[in-house]
Design a protein. Structure first.
Length: 501
């Protein structure tokens, strides 16, 4: 079992340094260097050609739309855009990489020297971006026969090359220093805000559950006070690969901080390696010894010409950028009438983008916030997934609120509608029909239930006759119980007062 140091003890003895590498899969129609479709899923190995399979004689051609998306991402991250850059071959063997090298960028990235300001509970942390470079994705290995889905213990492995060659942008931060106890939260907030920005740019679906956006978490510890922000002393780092949710990014940072500290405090040393994140157990396990850049034997890609975006084109693309995230949040808060705490909680829950989309579908701001931070946040916590990965869309949330506004269901019944949609029972309207959840507004049925409640509670009825109208609440509650919460409470109150006036 892995030894862990209590988190408070870690903070007392060590300073953490974070680094995040986020891979963004672009939503171009075709792959990075060929005309094969860049789509999720599909029949294994159906979307391939000699170029993305790396067959002899095949010649790659750069996807212009991918270059445009890379520049827009770089600009949105306040990066400088290279006037001239080129691709390189990153040489290493892995079964799901058909060419035995990855076409990437090395010392000449398309975008560099940027930053993103990240808000955590009202405190701003500047995350410096070292580079954002273009590359291609690998294929996907499927290990069959084992208990874990990993290669260890599997009977055999299959490889699907459909994903090989899909355009990627890798965004690499410089070491994030000085976060201290907030390091796990800063990591989570950065990835969440980056996803929000990517979606706003329209360059990727950025769905972590489908691998459109994947984070590698680098972490190291140094003795407390051994360096400064200007002259940091960094420890040996580990890289936890392919962490695929905001929640897991936070948990992976916390776990690695505790694991590193336990090893260091016991007189051991950290092995520079990749680590696998296990969502079910919340731990990391050893992967492979981490290679340095020279081990990949980078050299310029001879089959591709350099990329030299004109300054006019770059400025034209700058004009297509969405609103600055900080300015946008301030504007939305004012438009929605949210308090500082309400806005901070919305951002902290990773729900801002979902609330925006729900409002765009017709819901009122407070209603959208109520469902995402209430009923749906509760469900995401129970299931151990991020809000964005719940099987419900902003459009469906807006429709459920519309059913409340239309008095088809009330808030209590709406929670059952959410339950049905999340269970895959259909659209909100279909769930209402299948489960028989519609509010009863028929005066005949309501009148009978009101008469029964009055007869069962004569003392309450007498109070209402004497002018104590507030006592009607007890009778309304009795009617609602009788009708399993499906009565129109407003109409029930009217009928009670009519009968007892």
């Amino acid at each position: 079992m892995t030894s862990l140091m209590p988190f408070d003890d870690v903070l007392a003895a060590y300073d953490p340094a974070l680094g995040l590498e986020v891979h963004v899969e672009l939503n171009t129609a075709s792959k990075m260097f060929c005309g094969c479709p860049a789509v999720f899923g599909g029949e294994p190995n159906a979307g391939v050609c000699p170029t993305c399979l790396g067959l002899p004689g095949a010649m790659p051609v750069v996807n212009g739309k991918a270059v445009e998306s890379a520049i827009r991402i770089g600009l949105a991250l306040n990066c400088d855009i290279a006037e001239w850059c080129r691709f390189a071959r990153k040489n290493y063997f892995y079964p799901d990489m058909p060419k035995n090298f990855q076409t990437s960028q090395y010392d000449e990235p398309i975008a560099f020297d940027g930053y993103m300001d990240v808000d955590v509970d009202g405190e701003t942390y500047r995350v410096e971006i070292e580079r954002a470079h273009m590359e291609e994705d690998t294929g996907k290995s499927l290990h069959v026969g084992g208990a874990t889905g990993r290669i260890h213990g599997a009977d055999h492995s299959l490889v699907d090359y459909n994903r090989a060659g899909i355009p990627l942008i890798e965004i690499v931060t410089r070491p994030i220093l000085g976060a201290g106890e907030r390091a796990p939260e800063v990591a989570k907030a950065y990835v969440a805000q980056l996803r929000e920005l990517i979606v706003a740019l329209g360059v990727s679906e950025a769905r972590m559950d489908q691998g459109n956006l994947r984070a590698d978490v680098n972490l190291s510890l140094s003795p407390k006070g051994s360096g400064t922000l200007d002259s940091p002393k960094l420890g040996t780092r580990t890289e936890t690969k392919n962490v695929n949710s905001f929640r897991s990014v936070e948990r992976a940072v916390r776990f690695e901080m505790q694991r590193h500290a336990a090893i260091l405090s016991g007189g051991g040393s950290i092995l520079q390696e990749t680590r696998h994140w296990h969502e079910d157990t919340g731990i990391t396990t050893s992967g492979r010894v981490k290679s340095d850049a020279e081990d990949y034997r980078y050299f310029p890609e001879p089959d591709l010409v350099p990329v030299a975006p004109s300054r006019e084109w770059v400025e034209e693309l700058r004009g297509t950028l969405p609103e600055n995230p900080t300015v946008r949040r301030a504007r939305l808060q004012a438009e929605w009438g949210f308090s500082d705490l309400e806005m901070r909680d919305t951002i902290g829950a990773g729900a801002l983008g979902l609330v925006i989309e729900t409002i765009a579908e017709g819901a009122a701001p407070q209603a959208a916030r109520k469902w995402w931070l209430g009923e749906l946040a509760r469900r995401s916590n129970e299931d151990g997934v991020d809000l964005v990965d719940l099987p419900i869309t902003p459009a469906q949330v807006a429709r459920i609120q519309a059913l409340v506004d239309e008095k088809v269901v009330n808030d209590k019944l709406a929670r059952q509608v959410f339950e049905g949609v999340l269970a895959g029972e259909g659209t909100p309207d279909e769930v209402v029909e299948k489960r028989g959840l519609a509010v009863v507004s028929d005066d005949g049925a309501l009148g009978a239930a009101v008469d029964k409640a009055i007869a069962a509670n004569p003392d309450v009825a007498d109070k209402i006759r004497d002018g104590k109208v507030a006592a009607a609440g007890a009778l309304i509650g009795a009617v609602m119980k009788e009708m399993r919460g499906q009565a129109d409470a407003g109409r029930v109150r009217e009928l009670i007062l009519e009968k007892l006036s």
